[in-house]
Design a protein around this ligand. Sequence first.
Ligand SMILES: Cc1cc2nc3c(=O)[nH]c(=O)nc-3n(C[C@H](O)[C@H](O)[C@H](O)COP(=O)(O)OP(=O)(O)OC[C@H]3O[C@@H](n4cnc5c(N)ncnc54)[C@H](O)[C@@H]3O)c2cc1C
Length: 557
Amino acid sequence: MTIDQIIQQIRINCPEIPNEFIVGTQQATARFGNNTFGSPTHIDLAVTITKAQQVGEILKIANQAGFAVCPLSTGNNWGYGSVNPTDHRKLLILNMKELNKIAEIDKASGLISLEPGVTQQQLAQYLAENNWPFMAPVTGAGPSCSIVSNALERGYGPNPQTDHFSAITSLRYFIAHPEHCHQEHYSAITSLDGDCDKACDCVEPCHCQAGLSVVDASHKWGLGPYIDGLFSQSNLGIVTRATLRLAPIPEKFCSFFIKCKRDEDFGLATAFIKKLFIAKGGELGIVNLMDKRRIISMVAENPNGKDQHIVMSDEQIATITKKYDVAEWMIMGSIYSTKESLKGTKQFIKKHAKFADDLLFSDSIKLPIARVLTKFIMKERRSQLDALPLSINIMLGKPNRVALRLAYWRNPRVEGVITDNLRPDIDQCGLLWYAPLVPMNTQKMTEFAQFVRATTPQFGIEPFITFTNLSYDYVDSTIPIVFDLNNPHAVEQAHRCLDTLFDEGIKKGFVPYRLNTSQQKTKLDPKAPHWQITNLIKQALDPNNVINPERYNPRKV
Ligand SMILES: Cc1cc2nc3c(=O)[nH]c(=O)nc-3n(C[C@H](O)[C@H](O)[C@H](O)COP(=O)(O)OP(=O)(O)OC[C@H]3O[C@@H](n4cnc5c(N)ncnc54)[C@H](O)[C@@H]3O)c2cc1C
């Protein structure tokens, strides 16, 4: 079928989709083809659907016409890529940003059902307007990003529901199998639950058939084989609804900031974080441990100018460190607690963080004084304190764009001032993530920091290091490879840098928890047992390989 014939078929089968929501190659590529690491992906056509049931119609046509379908919730997977280029077939983007229904399942328990287009901003606003005593699971990617697709990507964020796929208790989805693609699928509990129609929020005619089951929403594992897990980091289905368990707004909230001015104190800092999680993990969200260069990227401008593909010199770092009072390492975390427990946790931190050069709690009297002082005396240090309320808002489930500035460190075309318009892909920011899991012990974390510091400068890339501690045994490091996307030399160096980090890193036991679209094709071995089974499941659910053929599914060529 030609693109025009496909468009005609879609118009016949989905008459509710407005004409302007179905676009051809040029518009589709311009709107959805951008990414932060290379030339735009060619897209043949894009359809913005308005109802979940239209997913089934499009899959039916795709099976008949032989084109591939890439579902997008918001299409903002900056640094990893939202669209996987396909094989020889035509590629249709199934844009679900208009599916943004929010349904209450149990307000008192924080159980809520979302369609994939619901953004962080929409959920945060809904919770505030309807007085839910719960927080949205937001991320640094900001207000315009989908909650559901971030969870499907197994993303994480700072508030206590840190691991976003863990927060999902139930899914609705379509699979592409030609005989089963016409209907939305759901769990065995929902099928059995005679009480679930009460919560159904469908407008007539009801398409979901079974409504939303409260018991299903409260029991992640369902009944029988756990199938929902197949739809995270995969190409096995298209999720049209997810139920989430939200984290409650705590009675007391307090962030803490611990500065270590000596690199040698790194071991003490990591041991402290482990101890803190073992003793007080139930009251914590994510605890970040950031190195000096990463902190500099948050408080200062790039001293080399944004168009230079070179790292900061030791002299430049020393000057900025002095000017902004930057630490070698900074620990940043939050306590979500009750009045009684908060006191004890703060005491625990004070007692065990004696190695620190500075310890600040966000509810401390020192903070307002520091703001006044910096206003009049040390203006340079004000940027650190000004960013603080924005960072704290993220920890409380109120999204903003403060973290996005990072993507603009080497973008000479856009200032990167925090406004509603920041869009790293459209703004042509160069960004790739290296996101390996690191064993949580001082020796391996030290080895990792040394490895990154020795590797990225070889390629002109700044070694910005963050260790994201999610528990006492679970650390993920996110290394942003930031470069100028319009400089071909910088693009080539950035990709070589990531390749080297990946290849040398796995030899040392640093294995990424998430890969970008091109690594999904090149770095995974189709002969490995895991991918052979994935392939068998793919053949069973999607024999024509319609959905996202190249996503997390290496195949033998
Ligand atoms: C400065 C900065 C900070 C960031 N901070 C964070 C962070 O703190 N945490 C974090 O996790 N990420 C972070 N990111 C990375 C990324 O931008 C986010 O994870 C973002 O939310 C992912 O994009 P999306 O939700 O729009 O997903 P999309 O681009 O819509 O989708 C991602 C992938 O999932 C598939 N998919 C989407 N929807 C569905 C569906 N309904 N069914 C089946 N498959 C689907 C798509 O085909 C695509 O391959 C950050 C990025 C930047 C630039």
